[in-house]
Write a protein that binds this ligand. Structure first.
Ligand code: BGC
Length: 751
């Protein structure tokens, strides 16, 4: 049996034994003070063998199924009873989690409760829009609300720990995982990260409806070379610190309980062995003391990266780097005991990680109630309620982006005669749920076809699939064309299947797959107005599709209420206001393309050959970051900057008057960008530094005020110092990253 000697423990334990409610010092209560919790955990650790300690760091997957008759042996049951497992991934449902937990708290020697982890990414049973879509709402409160509902549902189902939010900045849409995050911008990404952490974790982690959140994937995963998943990331330290790290920092400041290491290497060091960034930056520099979990077999993959000669090496490198929990590799549990026994791996390093696991369990209240009040009745009452469905419809409506609306063809009149509903995604429930659907079920999803049949009546809907998502099948074209000809308007639903984005779903082309463009062209040739609704998980190079369409609507994967929400937008019950959280390129050859690029020494210029551009395609995007149309129009004026010269540490106020000049009430996303004109290192041409989604009635004006401060001017210089340099800053305000209303001021002191 291993022994751990912790100075001062006996006195603390003794004092705890005197406290009411703490008769057993080994029980760590969420209600206790941090010092009492530490003492209880240390006392518990003194009773643990090395194997039991490493067991706490071992996370098993839900291989097979934990369902079935009560007496069936559940996956991992023997390991749980032997104290060899600390957490599970992907076991869900009140019944299953309760049964496994019961084994842990009744049959294991020390009765330490298990942690149940799952990927609750954009809803649990009530599926919300995919995160990239929701980021486009430019509404962090919405992200907080949907994360809260996800937590309420998942926790009722026995889950304690979600592997979300995904906060990777993503600037390469070939990478399928762009769908899981908040897009290309660190400012927007940081606000969304913090909002989701607050939503998942609630006001108190120990509340039975809170989930431990995980900021993932730490770090640089979005910079995968060539957009190929799991590939290496190479970047300047400035880019790492100013682009990829800020959302993690925001999550940490919001109190995130855990962080997941990423599969990639950064400049030669795989993140699962990157002690400099995990123990050094995240823990020491940022002062964060949460739990770091590996990604799926990430510890084992150190072998493939070529930085570990055997499993023991891999485990030791990961643990020493600060990766506390080994997801699924089973290296910590199986290969590290020998290393500890031989004295190669100091027990203190194991202990630090075990303590973090036990602290997480304690803070979640698992020692108080290992089931956290989860049972089948609560599960039934909490999941997929009418209120949650309503929130899903609202969230989808707030996340749909109007990309084109020629001659105000939208919104459609409800008196419109017959509509042709066409396309491979018009009636595909999985395209509502999207990838990482949680516990979402296709039978819960309302497809556009179902929604339109319900709202218009079956006889007013002519449906034809037209073609599949992939391949070159033309056989459905005739029926689709006939449906179009018999109708006043075509609603065309095209895009990608959910399996075409997210993990291991990189693409080398951003074109609409299969025969869908040909279908759009054939429908456009009928002369009927074609309203195209995209369902997809990444920016697509859809210039030709836009040309074939009178209107283009980006609905992403909108969640279970997607069909209804799309109907709300098409018929004007919802005035679309969401924006793109990621740039749409004209062609994959422009990638990476993002608004906050550098100017270069030869900024692109139409008349000058020797400038930074292409000879075969414009340098500009198809649709820029922050872009999105409305059924009304907004004007901007009266830009006011409180001080023309200001110290960095003083609050600068910038205001603008926004007016709804159109014929409908609507939301506008007012965006503020800054440009640092001259600095010691090159700076982006502009950076988002504020936004506000506001509602304006017809003719209404509002003064929107932003505050700027040191963080808005700061960057990392060549020596990697976090600096503000004095000089002129330009301010741009408007409804997209191409905002033109401009002012400027000078920062006169760096502090
Ligand atoms: C993904 C993670 C996810 C984990 C567990 C991995 O393959 O990269 O994002 O949380 O699986 O499902």
């Amino acid at each position: 049996m291993s022994r751990v000697v912790i100075a001062g423990i006996p006195a603390l334990i003794a004092s705890m034994l005197l406290l009411p409610g703490h008769a057993n010092a080994a029980q760590c209560s969420a209600a206790a003070t941090p010092a009492q919790q530490t003492a209880a955990i240390h006392a518990l650790m003194m009773r643990m063998t090395t194997a039991e300690k490493l067991g706490q760091l071992n996370q098993l997957g839900a291989q097979g199924s934990a369902t079935g008759p009560k007496k069936q042996r559940l996956v991992g049951e023997a390991e749980i009873a032997a104290g060899e497992v600390g957490s599970f991934l992907g076991v869900r449902g009140a019944d299953q989690t309760r049964r496994l937990q019961e084994v842990a708290v009744t049959r294991s020697r020390l009765k330490i409760p298990l942690l149940f982890a799952d990927d609750v990414i954009h809803g649990y049973r009530t599926t919300f829009p995919v995160p990239l879509a929701e980021a486009g709402s430019f509404d962090p409160d919405l992200a907080e609300r949907t994360a809260r509902i996800a937590a309420v549902e998942a926790s009722a189902s026995g889950i304690h720990w979600t592997f979300a939010p995904m906060v990777d900045i993503a600037r390469d849409p070939r990478w399928g995982r762009v769908v899981e995050g908040s897009g290309e911008d660190p400012y927007l990404g940081s606000l969304m990260a913090a909002a989701r952490v607050r939503g998942f974790q609630g006001r108190k982690l120990s509340a039975p409806d809170s989930l431990l959140a995980t900021a993932k994937h730490f770090v640089g995963y979005g910079a995968a070379e060539g957009g190929r998943d799991y590939n290496i990331a190479s970047m300047s330290p400035q880019t790492l610190y100013d682009v990829y790290l800020p959302p993690f920092n925001a999550a940490v400041k919001a109190g995130v309980g855990s962080v997941m290491a990423s599969f990639n290497e950064v400049d030669g060091t795989p993140m699962h062995a990157n002690g400099m960034l995990i123990n050094g930056l995240l823990r020491k520099q940022w002062g964060w003391n949460g739990l770091v979990v590996s990604d799926y077999t990430g510890v084992m993959e150190l072998l493939h990266h070529g930085v570990a000669a055997n499993r023991g090496d891999a485990g030791e490198r990961a643990l020493r780097a600060g990766v506390d929990v080994d997801m699924v590799s089973e290296i910590y549990a199986k290969d590290l005991p020998q290393r500890v026994a031989s004295g190669h791996l100091p027990l203190g390093i194991v202990d630090a990680s075990v303590e973090r696991v036990l602290v997480a369990k304690c803070r979640l209240g698992l020692f108080d109630d290992p089931y956290r009040g989860s049972d089948a009745a609560r599960e039934r009452a909490s999941i997929l309620t009418a209120e949650h469905r309503h929130a899903a419809r609202d969230a989808a409506g707030r996340s749909i982006v109007l990309l084109k609306n020629a001659h105000d063809v939208l919104p459609l009149s409800k008196d419109i005669g017959k509509v042709a509903v066409i396309g491979p995604l018009a009636d595909e429930p999985w395209a509502m749920l999207g990838n990482w659907p949680g516990d979402g079920k296709p039978e819960d999803a309302v497809t556009p076809l179902a929604a339109l049949k319900k709202s218009l009546g079956e006889q007013r809907v002519a449906y034809a699939r037209g073609t599949g998502l992939l391949g070159d099948d033309h056989s459905g074209f005739d029926a689709a064309i006939a449906a179009a000809k018999s109708s006043g308007v075509v609603l065309l639903f095209v895009g990608e299947g959910p399996e075409m984005s997210a993990e291991a779903a990189s693409r080398s082309s951003l074109d609409l797959p299969g025969n869908q463009q040909a279908l759009a062209d054939a429908l456009a040739a009928t002369g009927k107005p074609v309203i195209t609704i995209l369902l997809n998980g990444r920016p697509l190079s859809v210039g030709k599709l836009a040309d074939a369409s009178s209107a283009l609507v980006e609905a992403w994967f909108p969640g279970i209420e997607g069909g209804n929400a799309i109907g709300d937008v098409l018929f004007g019950d919802v005035n679309p206001a969401a924006r793109l959280a990621i740039t749409f390129p004209r062609t994959v050859g422009q990638v990476p393309i993002y608004y906050a690029h550098k100017n270069t020494g030869r900024p692109p210029s139409a008349g000058e050959k020797y400038t930074s551009k292409y000879i075969d395609v414009p340098w500009t995007p198809l649709y820029p970051f922050g872009y999105g149309l409305s059924y009304t129009a907004f004007s901007y004026g009266d830009l006011k900057i409180s001080s023309t010269r200001i110290m960095a540490n003083r609050r600068q106020k910038v205001s603008v008057t926004v007016t709804n000049t159109g014929m409908r009430a609507g939301d506008e996303v007012v965006q503020l960008y800054l440009r640092d004109e001259v600095a010691s290192v090159t700076r982006p041409v502009r950076q988002l530094r504020g936004f506000r989604r506001i509602h304006l009635d017809v003719g209404e004006s509002r003064v929107v005020e932003f505050e700027l401060g040191r963080d808005d001017y700061a960057f990392h210089d060549a020596a990697m110092h976090d600096v503000v340099e004095p000089g002129r800053f330009d301010v741009f305000i408007g409804g997209s990253s191409e905002a033109t209303l401009k002012g400027s001021f000078e920062v006169v002191s760096t502090r």
